[in-house]
Structures are given as structure tokens and as C-alpha cells.
Design a protein around this ligand. Structure first.
Ligand code: TYM
Length: 323
């Protein structure tokens, strides 16, 4: 059976971009593939995290995985730091990764501009750890949003380099990117991606935002000039909102344009907010019904399964390189 793997950093807010760019696309994959969905807690440390908040965020992100319908029996759901082979393989891969490749990474450039006071070595070698996450489990497919495509491409480069040097031991993975949802934009700035590190909370809808806040954020979302509800690159803010409407309701873009013919931005935004509330409320109810104790159990069971596979792979990798 082919394997799929993906993860999210437990850095607090999980927004519609993370959901539609990643998690939503994981849901159908569980039926077809052997899936690994993990909490990228080691990656989160590249930015300073308060320990008690990090722990809370790890549990909450796992709750969200469960609340949206990832099955903990069928899939392997675990915390990256619970399987130490991720860090071990990360080191081995860093020894075949050219610095010039790491320097090209857009995320490194962005984050080192954003966090000028903490440009740590982990931020720089981050893609080597991500490559390890993927290569440790002989992953075939990596479903991610567009901003991670460059890291998956580098993973392929690293794996090929490693195989050339030592023999064919690492499987070359492929990114799975859903074009429609690959890059949701900020509600306050449609030129930039929706991002948890955006300066304003009005940039995103978080999966846990309450109905009033959702209504407020959609009302405040920037719009373009004109009044017509039309999906066109000339109206990037509206294009983004229509995409969110489409993803949330499953209605086609054409149908949405038809439904709002003759109506204005105000009507459209009101409807969008209500559809989002309808979409998120059941997820939030499920999320609130899951206990920390259940989450801890699921993470422990997932780590045990992942560890077995990771250990076997590391034995093979170490033998191959003469360790
Ligand atoms: P992270 O935590 O930044 O984001 C999680 C997922 O959400 C997607 N995403 C978006 N998609 C559409 N529109 C947006 N505005 C948007 N913002 C974020 C991301 O592309 C991602 O799929 N390095 C990864 C975590 C990771 C990982 C891995 C992923 C670590 N190891 C191995 C896959 C495989 C990250 O920081 O994602």
C-alpha cells in the first residue's frame, strides 16, 4: 500500500489556510493509503515557544486532527519528538545537503526577516528535518499547501544525493498539492498568504474562532473596487473569499457567481460568514468533546507504531553508510 505523510506545526492558531491547504486534502487519502499524520513539534522550536503553551498546542492540534475526521485507528497519528529517529536521520541528511540549497529556501528568508532577533541554526537546517520526516517512512505522497512545495522538492534533491552517494536506500516522494486551496490569502491583504504569524488577527479565520468573531472578521475582510461578485484575478480579495466559499460549501464557482448575481459584497460576505459558522460549529463541538487523556493515549499508540517503522529504517540507513 502506498504511503502518505504530512504534519503541521503546533504553534497555536490553525487557520482555514492550514485546513483547506492541508488537512482537508488528507481526509480522502485515509481511505486509499497508509497515512502518517504528525504534529511537527520539533519544527515549532525554531521559534521560541513557552513550554506550557507548546504542550497545550500539541494536544489541541491533535484534537483538531481528530475533530475533523482523521481516524486514529486507521492512520498513524503521532508527535514528531516522540520518535527520536526523526532527529537522527535529520542529522545524517544535513551532511549531504548543500548550504546553497538551504539558502534558497523562501521560508528561511521570510522567517529570518520576521524574527531578526532569533535567526537560529535550526531555522536554517529545518528542511533537513522535514526531509527526514518524509524519508524515514518511505513516503510516496506528501499532501501540503504551496508554501511547503519547495521543501518537498528539496527533500527529493536530498534523497537523490544520498542515494547517489550511498546506494538506493531512500524512496523519492512526491508532493500532492490541491491547486484550488494551495494558497489561501490573508483576509486583510490578498497579496500575501493567510498566515498564523500575520501581525493582525483579522488576517485569518482560525478553526476555533467563535461565530461572532467569524462574522466580524469576514465583515472586515478587504474587498476590491466594484460591486459585482465575479471570480477574476482583477479582484484578488474577492477571488480569495469566493475560493473560501467554494471550499466551505462545495458549490462550484459558477454557481456561486449565479447565486449572487445582482447582489453586492455585503450580501456575499454575510452569507459567507454564515456558511463558515455552519461549517466550523460541528468541528468545534467535536473538538471540545475530546479529552486530553484521550489525546495522550492516541499520541502514545501512534508513536509506538511509528517508532517500529522508523527504527527499522534507521538500521538500514546506518548499515548502508557504514555506521
Ligand atoms: P505549517 O505548520 O506552516 O502549515 C501546515 C500546512 O498548512 C499549509 N498552509 C497553507 N495552505 C494554503 N494556504 C495557506 N495560506 C497556508 N498556510 C499554510 C502548509 O503548506 C502545510 O501543508 N514544515 C511544515 C510542517 C512539516 C511537514 C513535514 C509537512 C514538518 N515536516 C513533513 C509535510 C511533511 C510546516 O511548517 O507547515
Amino acid at each position: 500500500m502506498k504511503r502518505t505523510l504530512s504534519g503541521i506545526q503546533p504553534t497555536g492558531i490553525i487557520h482555514l489556510g492550514n485546513y483547506f491547504g492541508a488537512i482537508h486534502n488528507w481526509l480522502p487519502l485515509q481511505k486509499e493509503y497508509e497515512c502518517f499524520f504528525f504534529i511537527a513539534d520539533l519544527h515549532a522550536l525554531t521559534i521560541f515557544q513557552k513550554p506550557e503553551i507548546l504542550h497545550r498546542n500539541i494536544l489541541d492540534l491533535t484534537k483538531l486532527y481528530l475533530a475533523v475526521g482523521l481516524d486514529p485507528v486507521k492512520n498513524i497519528i503521532f508527535k514528531q519528538s516522540a520518535v527520536k529517529e526523526h532527529a537522527e536521520l535529520g542529522w545524517l541528511l544535513s551532511c549531504v545537503t548543500p548550504i546553497s540549497e538551504l539558502e534558497r529556501m523562501t521560508q528561511f528568508k521570510d522567517k529570518s526577516t520576521q524574527h531578526k532577533d532569533n535567526i537560529n541554526a535550526g531555522l536554517f537546517t529545518y528542511p533537513c528535518l522535514m526531509a527526514a520526516d518524509i524519508l524515514l517512512y518511505d513516503t510516496d505522497f506528501v499532501p501540503v499547501g504551496e508554501d511547503q512545495a519547495q521543501h518537498v522538492e528539496l527533500t527529493r534533491t536530498i534523497a537523490k544525493k544520498f542515494n547517489n552517494q550511498y546506494g538506493d536506500v531512500l524512496k523519492i516522494p512526491e508532493a500532492l498539492i490541491n491547486k484550488v486551496s494551495a494558497r489561501l490569502k490573508g483576509l486583510d491583504d490578498p497579496e500575501k498568504k493567510m498566515s498564523k504569524s500575520a501581525p493582525s488577527d483579522y488576517n485569518y479565520i482560525a478553526m476555533t474562532d467563535n461565530p461572532d468573531l467569524i462574522r466580524k472578521k469576514i465583515k472586515k475582510a478587504v474587498t476590491d473596487s466594484g460591486t459585482e461578485i465575479k471570480f477574476t484575478p482583477e479582484k484578488p480579495a474577492l477571488e480569495n473569499l469566493i475560493t473560501i466559499y467554494h471550499l466551505t460549501t462545495g458549490k462550484s464557482i459558477e454557481q456561486i457567481e449565479k447565486d449572487f448575481a445582482g447582489k453586492g459584497y455585503g450580501d456575499f460576505k454575510k452569507e459567507l460568514a454564515e456558511r463558515l459558522v455552519e461549517f466550523l460549529t460541528p468541528i468545534q463541538e467535536k473538538y471540545n468533546s475530546i479529552s486530553d487523556a484521550d489525546v495522550e493515549k492516541i499520541l502514545a499508540a501512534g508513536a509506538e507504531k511509528a517508532r517500529k517503522l522508523a527504527q527499522a529504517k534507521m538500521i538500514l540507513v546506518k548499515q548502508t553508510i557504514g555506521l
